[in-house]
Design a protein around this ligand. Structure first.
Ligand code: 5AD
Ligand code: SF4
Length: 474
């Protein structure tokens, strides 16, 4: 899926423009990885004089950081581009210029097709190319043509993205990108490329720098985050963990290592694959209290026939047994998952098995989707595609069950006492919002200068989407 690269190595300084402030609007679609990438793009543009704004109209640069995972997400980009065409025209009529860039997975998958379908687009670049944004802008300023960069040099990107500004007490940190699992429904192996892990030294440096800026919680992200592996850090002498057999570190060892960084109080990671949930990681969940007791572990479907057709590489029984092991190791853990209904060949009986898994596991929260046929993936070409009304009906039944489990889980928090990390001010005067260990939003009355601290609260109220609580003495 690597397409032509059309970039010249213009030195960064060429487009530096500190005198004149320009504006950039970045719209993010899809997953947390895109949220992270958008933040990094905004960070890269700052030294070039770009200020982030919250609307596209009148902006000098608009970047759509896109998602290709389901058809709806990809189509949304084109409808947004339609609106941007008008905004670009208006800006031109006022004597200005708006550059439009399509970044992310739609850019990677569709490349030059985008500028054919939407000629108002000036730049198209994939998720592994955005660190070259300064060069691309320099080139766009000089040339009249379109810029296309969908190269897959992910290591180069990691090397270039070294400094980072914190945006509050929590932060995402990419530790791994891409995927080699090739689930037959999924575009990720094609849009994000093969699995690549960042080095321990790079990750440690980023987390240290974030901690020094006041970050208390890091969420390690990757499409297959628990497939992360790397050599131990240079010169490390004693580390409490046992590295995996061949001396390579896995995610468990990394989490223990990061937990030692001063200021880091909470660590999360997402998204995990059942096949990569090894003993070292399960032991780390049991032993390292800074690891939050919340695990996003998708199964996708409950029928072994469907799981096989999906190329998931595990059965429902393997997943259930894995959950039992994890719960035994960390009894307070809560689970979250992803589900797809209506994958080709899924019968009513197959679907019932998905409901059975949900009943058996019980989830604190979950995402569920109708299967979306993605061009180029094996699933799209499979016979026995499931009709849309059947998918609708299955999704409604599954979501009803998952929602009931979520509400039940939330209700169970009533009267409990736990630590929350205060993240931001709330909508009401004197209100501050934090997150429970289970990622639930918790509203409390507290002074805003407490943001960034971890406080003990008692849960005094439960609403469908949030908890409320009161501060309690330590
Ligand atoms: N159709 C529907 N859902 C999908 N996902 C990935 N690909 C598809 C698809 N083609 C879902 C999976 C995955 C989540 C990120 O998106 O559940 O875990
Ligand atoms: Fe997609 Fe499967 Fe890889 Fe997850 S494991 S990113 S669902 S191919």
């Amino acid at each position: 899926m690597t397409l032509e690269t059309n970039i010249d190595p213009t030195p960064k300084g060429e487009v530096e423009n500190k005198d004149k402030t320009k504006s950039v609007f970045v719209r993010t679609y899809g997953c947390q990885m895109n949220v992270y990438d958008s933040e990094r793009m905004t960070g890269l543009l700052k030294p070039l004089g770009y200020k982030a704004v919250d609307h596209a109209e009148g902006a000098d640069l608009v970047i759509l950081n896109t998602c290709h995972i389901r058809e709806k997400a990809a189509e949304k980009v084109y409808s947004d581009l339609g609106r941007l065409k008008k905004a670009k025209k208006e800006k031109a009529m006022q004597g200005g210029e708006m550059k439009i860039a399509v970044a992310g997975c739609v850019a990677q998958a569709e490349g030059a097709e985008i500028t054919k379908r939407a000629p108002q687009v000036d730049m198209v670049f994939g998720p592994q190319a955005y660190h070259r944004l300064p060069e691309m802008l320099a080139k766009a300023a000089r040339a009249k043509g379109k810029i296309l960069d969908t190269d897959f040099a992910v290591e180069e990107k990691f090397d270039r993205l070294t400094t980072r500004k914190a945006e509050g007490p929590t932060a995402f940190v990419t530790i791994q990108e891409g995927c080699d699992k090739f689930c037959t429904f999924c575009v990720v192996p094609y849009t994000r490329g093969e699995e690549v892990s960042r080095s321990v030294d790079q990750i440690t440096a980023e987390v240290r720098s974030l901690a020094a800026q006041g970050v208390r919680e890091v969420t390690l992200i990757g499409q297959n985050v628990n497939a992360w592996h790397s050599a131990p850090p240079k010169g490390h002498v004693e580390i409490k963990t046992k590295p995996n057999n061949n001396g390579v570190w896995g995610l468990g060892s990394l989490c223990r290592h990061l937990a030692k960084i001063d200021g880091i109080e909470r660590i999360r990671f997402t998204t995990s694959h059942p096949r990569d949930m090894n003993d070292d990681l399960i032991n780390a969940l049991a032993e390292e209290q800074k690891l939050m007791p919340y695990l996003h572990l998708p199964i996708q479907a409950g029928s072994d026939t469907v799981l096989k057709a999906m190329n998931r590489g595990h059965t429902a029984d393997h997943y259930i047994k894995l959950i039992e092991r994890i719960r035994k190791a960390r009894p307070d853990i809560a689970l979250s998952g992803d589900f797809i209904v209506g994958f080709p060949t899924e019968t009513d009986e197959d679907f019932e098995k998905t409901l059975e898994v949900v009943e058996q596991v019980t989830y604190a929260s979950a995402y569920s989707f109708k299967y979306s046929r993605r061009p180029g993936t094996p699933g799209a070409a499979m016979a026995k595609q499931v009709a849309e009304p059947i998918k609708d009906e299955r999704l409604a039944r599954l979501q009803k069950l998952l929602e009931a489990q979520k509400q039940d889980f939330n209700q169970k928090q009533f009267g409990k006492t736990f630590d929350i990390l205060l993240e931001r001010v709330g909508r009401h005067e004197g209100q501050v919002i934090g997150r429970s260990p289970y990622l639930q939003s918790v509203h409390i009355d507290a002074p805003r200068d407490m943001i960034g601290s971890i406080v003990k609260i008692e849960v005094t109220g439960v609403t469908p989407n949030a908890l409320s609580g009161r501060l309690v003495d330590r």
